[in-house]
Design a protein around this ligand. Structure first.
Ligand code: SF4
Length: 342
């Protein structure tokens, strides 16, 4: 059966027309799904009984089941959701002073194989559909009885490797008749799929593009992120410059600091050289120690030295607050523990 949450508002209007129904019904259905967050078509009481029956016969609403929920001392919550086909995905909610940020997964497993990532042990199964991406937000809002204010595509999966579904999910989330969360509150992260960065520049979606950079030369970056063999640093940074030129939007570079790997002042110097003059911000991430992982977190002293060097040399850098460290915050860890991904 088709998932009704996989349709954008425009697509749903077309779908209704093909059922000999008036297109404005799509807006009513959207309102039930995304504002009222109902779990069945029977609850859509301003639709005729015959339409509700047709919908029930042909579509599902995709209500995720919670398999597990963990809560950290700092308020971070991690959910493991059953996506209703025997697979499970992970969604994280973090508390910031400006509201609640949700970190959504975009794929079941991931093909990218970044060496510092806990998802690396989980084989790629499939892309999530647009509706399954959106459902993560709805399921969390319902569980916590709150409104999510920010969305980051930094959970399991490479978002730009599931491009069409991620873009459609953003449009549903962004739609004033959908979840009505502004694109400026949405951040899409990529390990560096260069052709898709050019595609994203053409979408006219003012979300934040976040690049997982993590190293300043190809040798180091390829050792951490195999995707760098396909799209080396020079190509990636050229794509970033072209993205900034096309969108006039600031890019966020993610840099996970690992002890004695990429955290010394020479690396900071090289990073300044690479990013000088770009409209960007650097997010320094104290790397999470992963079971069996070979990367270890940098000392606090090194992290602050690295940050200060960047700031003193014209690159705006901040250190990301570590959230959820007592509940295994690196992506993939919750899922792996429960499902035996390795
Ligand atoms: S860091 Fe992201 S892109 Fe890399 S393996 Fe993990 S989930 Fe995939």
């Amino acid at each position: 059966m088709k998932n009704i949450k996989d349709y954008s508002l425009e697509e749903l209007k077309e779908e209704l027309k093909s059922m000999q129904e008036k297109p404005f019904r799509a807006e009513q259905i959207f309102s039930w799904l995304y504002q009222e967050k109902v779990k069945s078509f029977e609850e859509m009481t301003n639709l005729s009984l015959s339409l509700r029956e047709k919908l029930t016969k042909n579509y599902t609403i995709c209500n995720f089941q919670q398999i597990k929920k963990q809560e950290a001392k700092d308020g971070t919550k991690k959910y493991l959701f059953d996506v209703l086909d025997g697979n499970a995905i992970e969604t994280v909610v973090m508390e910031y002073h400006h509201g609640k940020t949700i970190c959504v997964s975009s794929q079941i497993g991931c093909k990218m194989g970044c060496k510092f990532c806990a998802s690396t042990g989980i084989a790629f199964v499939r892309n999530l559909t647009a509706g399954e991406i959106v459902e993560q937000i709805i399921a969390v809002e319902q569980d916590l009885q709150v409104r999510i204010s920010n969305i980051v595509f930094m959970g399991i999966g490479e978002p730009l490797d599931n491009y069409e579904n991620v873009i459609k999910a953003i449009r549903i989330v962004n739609d004033p008749k959908g979840l009505n969360i502004g694109a400026r509150h949405i951040s899409v992260s990529t390990s560096g799929l260069v052709p898709r960065i050019y595609d994203l520049a053409k979408e006219n979606i003012p979300c934040t593009l976040s690049i997982s950079l993590h190293a300043t030369n190809n040798e180091k970056r390829s050792a951490m992120m195999p995707v760098n063999n396909r799209y080396p640093i020079e190509e990636l940074l050229q794509a970033c410059k072209d993205y900034i030129k096309a969108t006039n939007r600031r890019i966020s570079f993610e840099y996970a600091l690992a002890k004695e790997n990429n955290d010394n002042i020479e690396d900071a110097k090289a990073l300044v050289k690479l990013l000088k003059g770009m409209l960007c911000h650097v997010n320094l991430i104290p790397i999470n120690k992963i079971e069996n992982g070979k990367f270890i977190k940098s000392s606090n002293e090194n992290i602050l030295k690295f940050r200060d060097y960047l700031n003193e040399h014209g690159i705006v850098a901040t250190v990301r607050r570590e959230l959820g460290s007592d509940i295994e915050a690196a992506c993939g860890q919750l899922r792996r523990k429960n499902l035996g991904g390795e």
